[in-house]
Design a protein around this ligand. Structure first.
Ligand SMILES: [Zn+2]
Length: 81
């Protein structure tokens, strides 16, 4: 079982096995976030954010807003550069 040092729960936990988001951020999520914390974003708070902010996932600006909310939820620091 692959594990990851999670930046959200601060523990070494099971890594994410399924897909996350595309691009560099997806790679970063898999490297820094455990499966449990990812699921609580994906099936919990993330859904709430999309509904409450009425985000359209085909709109790149909305996707960027979702990623920003996700970073705060998962306590991932902003991208470098
Ligand atoms: Zn975690």
């Amino acid at each position: 079982m692959a594990t990851v040092q999670c930046c959200k729960c601060k523990q070494e936990q099971e890594a994410i096995s399924g897909p996350t988001y595309g691009g560099a951020v997806g790679v970063e999520i898999k490297r820094r976030v455990c499966n449990d914390c990812w699921q609580s974003w994906l099936n919990g708070f993330g859904v709430k954010v999309i509904n409450e902010m009425q985000l359209n996932m085909r709109n790149p600006e909305h996707v960027a807003m979702l990623i920003q909310q996700m970073r705060m939820f998962l306590t991932m620091p902003p991208e470098e550069g």
